[in-house]
Write a protein that binds this ligand. Structure first.
Ligand code: VG1
Ligand code: CO
Length: 579
């Protein structure tokens, strides 16, 4: 093949957000748009990390992914990359990409040093919806801010990119295709999307004991991939390896447009599963399954449900941490530490304190956990946004979280599977609350709000923080039964490993009784702005941990909406999604 230089001009707004660059497909389809971002990434990495390298290119299979694989492959050849690894049909979940970078060894002993992940995660897909791309490093984790800032700087000045006249490569069948270029050989290897990941999961969990649970007539199970890439793993793992019934899989055929749905595993968008679990208004026919779970488009998120019962992600990570050592072989030697993102509830903090574990609070986004894990300081971590994971890879991991819960259930029920009374998901959560106290928690999302209005609202909240007496006057004017605000700030994080500082990571109001209000602007949307409001209240008294959470939080919600003047600024009388 021949290499060519193509002249180009910069595009505005190619700044990677919380997790890569996400835009409407129409934006990505503009001539040179994707090319500019990819070349800016190569330039940010530098020739020594690109020339001769092995790079992974794959994603959640959303619309435009197949075109993107071809474009990036040609550019990789043009930039002197030695080989490209592609999951069959361009499919690899985000956690599987991380596993492939860390674990996979090519036939000739080669190892990957990075990946372009093609996903907009939980955002809808299709010709009128979103596409996305992000770069992961040799530890298998998202590029740190130092690199993403460089990429963005490069996109502002880019003048040309390198590509090649390679033909399109068949990515539907596995195997290696070799080409010869001006500097030697270039290979494209297409491999099975699931094998490396399945192998890793088998090395972490006790598949035999989970299989006993899943194939027992006293246990029922349901998994909804929302037509995302998780479907490519669910059948292999839950059905073929662990003996679940085929009928327990919902929406497990990956689709380019996620069947027209919003592949976000929460109570609003995972409608079918929510109904099947007996949660929503429309109750399912018959008895709901004992356990249900869902994933997002790229399978790094998870939602855990019991029969007619929702587990908040903040509780989920705390419960996994509290039970990991006895239930999951990978952790049998103990946990190195635990971590959560700032807006995630403090349920994990209480577990860390009780079990005397190292504990870290980091900004939103998985990239911040990676440094801690690389330094051996953290084993289990999570975010309130349905993200849970561990140091087996450097991304959150939706199927891992389900296997972790199944492991806990299998352990607690190891003597109950022959007709004894089952310990349920709800039993485990209620017992956890009775032991550690409960963090009532809810998140309000206001999606696609006018960007100017959102900025003003945030500025208003920062300004208010300069006078706490003023804040408390407003608070007590709204609800007299809410405790006093004792601290207000914008969260700032200093990475304990490399000393880097991240500022403006969310506005916090901390109350005397441990309650918290947090306000953030989303960094993953592709249109307008999304305001996230996180509301949390701690209850230690075991006789009061069983209340309905919206009811328990109603006073704090009223304070949050009043203090922020939400309706005044945004014109919205209700959020788009409540979790
Ligand atoms: C959201 C979540 C955050 C998560 C990020 C990526 O970011 O709040 O916790 O890490 O999505 O998840 P933001 O900036 O919109 O709040 V995913 O599943 O998109 O890779
Ligand atoms: Co995701």
């Amino acid at each position: 093949f021949k290499v060519s230089r193509v002249q180009t001009t910069p595009f505005d707004g190619q700044k990677p957000g919380t997790s890569g660059l996400r835009k409407k497909v129409k934006v990505f389809k503009q001539a040179n748009y994707l090319e500019n971002f990819v070349q800016s990434t190569f330039n940010a990495l530098g020739a020594e990390k690109v020339r001769g390298a092995t790079l992974v290119v794959s994603g959640d299979g959303r619309y435009f992914s197949k075109d993107a694989v071809q474009i990036i492959t040609k550019m990789a050849a043009g930039n002197g990359v030695r080989r490209i690894w592609v999951g069959q049909n361009g499919l690899l979940s985000t956690p599987a990409v991380s596993a492939v970078i860390r674990e996979r060894v090519g036939a000739d002993g080669s190892k990957a040093t990075g990946a372009f992940i093609l996903t907009a995660s939980h955002n809808p897909g299709g010709p009128n919806e979103d596409f996305g791309i992000k770069y992961n490093m040799e530890n298998g984790g998202p590029a740190p801010e130092g690199i993403t800032d460089k990429i963005y700087e490069n996109t502002k000045t880019i003048k040309e990119y390198l590509t090649s006249d390679l033909p399109d490569v068949d990515i539907a069948s596995t195997g290696v295709t070799s080409f010869s270029g001006p500097e030697g050989q270039f290979d494209v290897e297409v491999f099975d999307s699931a094998s490396d990941y399945v192998k890793l999961m088998k090395s972490i969990f006790d598949f035999e004991s989970i299989k006993k649970l899943l194939s027992s007539p006293s246990f029922t199970f349901c998994y909804d991939a929302l037509h995302g890439v998780a479907g490519a793993y669910a059948k292999r793992i839950f059905v073929e390896e662990l003996g679940a019934k085929e009928s327990s899989l919902l929406n497990c055929v990956p689709k380019e447009d996620f069947g027209g749905g919003h592949p976000d595993p929460n109570l609003t968008y995972a409608k079918e599963l929510v109904a099947r679990m007996g949660l929503g208004k429309s109750n399912s026919d018959g008895e709901p399954p004992e356990f249900g779970a869902a994933a997002d488009g790229d399978a790094d998120r998870n939602m855990i449900l019991g029969k007619r019962f929702f587990v908040t992600p903040s509780d989920s990570v705390a419960i996994i941490a509290a039970n990991a050592v006895e239930s999951i072989p990978y952790f049998s030697g103990g946990l190195k530490g635990v971590a959560r993102s700032m807006p995630t509830s403090a349920a994990l903090d209480v577990v860390a304190k009780n079990l005397k574990l190292k504990f870290f609070e980091v900004p939103t986004g998985w990239k911040f956990f990676g440094n801690l894990m690389d330094a051996g300081m953290c084993s289990v971590c999570g975010e309130e946004s349905f993200g849970t994971g561990s140091d087996h890879i450097r991304e959150k991991d939706g199927i891992w979280a389900v296997l972790a819960w199944l492991s806990i259930l299998a352990y607690k029920n190891k003597d109950n599977l022959n007709g004894g009374k089952l310990v349920t998901v709800e039993d485990i959560v209620r017992k956890h609350w009775a032991t550690y106290g409960r963090h009532y928690y809810t998140r309000y999302d206001y999606e696609n709000v006018d960007a100017g209005a959102a900025k003003e609202l945030m500025a208003h909240l920062v300004k208010l923080q300069s006078s706490l007496p003023e804040v408390n006057k407003i608070v007590s004017g709204i609800r007299s039964d809410v405790s006093k605000v004792v601290h207000g700030d914008e969260f700032e994080y200093k990475d304990p490993v490399d000393g880097s500082v991240s500022k403006h990571q969310g506005i916090r109001y901390l109350f005397e009784d441990g309650s918290r209000l947090v306000f953030r602007l989303s960094g993953t949307g592709s249109e307008g702005a999304t305001i996230r409001l996180y509301i949390e209240q701690y209850e230690k008294d075991p006789s009061k941990t069983g209340r309905d959470s919206q009811e328990a939080l109603a006073p704090l919600v009223a304070v949050a909406l009043g203090l922020s003047k939400m309706q005044e600024f945004t014109g919205r009388s209700a959020p788009t999604v409540i979790t």
